[in-house]
Design a protein around this ligand. Structure first.
Ligand SMILES: Cc1ncc(C[n+]2csc(CCOP(=O)(O)OP(=O)(O)O)c2C)c(N)n1
Length: 265
């Protein structure tokens, strides 16, 4: 990183983070800190005043991404319910820019119904799923986004259930904006977040974020860096995927913008 870029980033951190809450609580190699960085850099690029924002998160490691670290209003609420709290806050004060940041377990398992119906109602909020494809905080149980064959504490011989594609789910439900990226593809992730922040309606971003502690170790990644690099191997950009023969996409995760609708709100 250049010295100039480093200084810019430091200024962003100082502006948006509560210094007294640092260091972040994440394990070494966890992607959730990168998700936080991407969110803050997208806010800076979008021109939105963070004082007009509310961040809502549920329970899990991902729940600690906004709260208490971001220097703004944050609500750290019950497991599976951040979208419900965010909906209430948005109804109370429609001028608020509301962002939910939580995990795949929180948003898609216990909170799955809230996700579906907020997308169906096209409620004006940005939902960021820090998707590590496992329940990180509680010891590494299988989640709705865990891939086939993946070893977790509850699937010791490998997961036999197919994963849920959260982007397809919210697209079918009616979301205005649906996109996916990863913490490996940082600039791409920032651009999606920036786009979502400037839209109205229900925006959903699936942000793949590795969990070296619960997922990586059990699935024999040599290091956190190797797990991060694996995101590069597993993912393909939507534009490339559209031109590729379908049989080559079998084990691929498609990243990009899947839905970009003008919301009626
Ligand atoms: C009602 C309720 N059920 C279960 C739990 C236990 N619990 C806390 S976090 C969590 C899952 C966390 O996984 P995820 O949302 O994917 O976040 P991560 O820790 O992986 O970032 C569970 C099951 C709880 N706190 N409350």
């Amino acid at each position: 990183m250049s010295e100039k870029k480093g200084k810019e980033m430091e200024a962003t951190w100082k502006k948006y983070l509560r210094k007294e809450t640092l260091p972040l609580p994440f394990c070494p190699g966890c992607g959730h800190g990168i998700v936080l960085s991407a969110i803050l850099r997208a806010i800076e690029a979008s021109g939105i005043d963070i004082k007009d924002m509310l961040f809502v998160s549920g329970i899990g490691c991902a729940g600690w991404i906004p709260s208490p670290h971001i220097r703004a209003d944050t609500m750290h609420v019950t497991h599976g319910r951040p979208i419900a709290f965010a909906t209430g806050a948005k109804l109370f004060n429609p001028r608020l820019k509301v962002m939910v940041v939580s995990g795949d377990g929180d948003l898609a398992s216990i909170g799955g119904n809230h996700l579906i119906h907020a997308a169906r109602r096209d409620i004006d909020m940005v939902v960021v799923c820090a998707n590590n494809e496992i329940y990180g905080m509680t010891g590494g149980q299988v989640s709705p986004t865990t891939g086939l064959g993946v070893k977790t504490t509850t699937t010791l011989a490998g997961n036999i259930e197919p994963p849920l594609d959260l982007c397809k789910l919210v697209e079918a439900a009616g979301a205005s904006y649906v996109a996916r990226s990863t913490v490996f593809h940082l600039e791409h992730l920032i651009s999606l977040l920036k786009r979502a922040l400037n839209l109205k309606g229900f925006s959903f971003i699936d942000a793949l974020s590795p969990c070296p502690t619960q997922y990586g170790r059990r699935n024999l990644y040599a290091s956190a860096a190797e797990q991060l690099k694996d995101l590069e191997k597993r993912c393909i950009l939507l534009q490339e995927a559209s031109a590729a023969p379908p049989e080559t996409l079998k084990d691929k995760v498609i990243i990009g913008e899947f839905v970009l609708r003008d919301s009626k709100q």
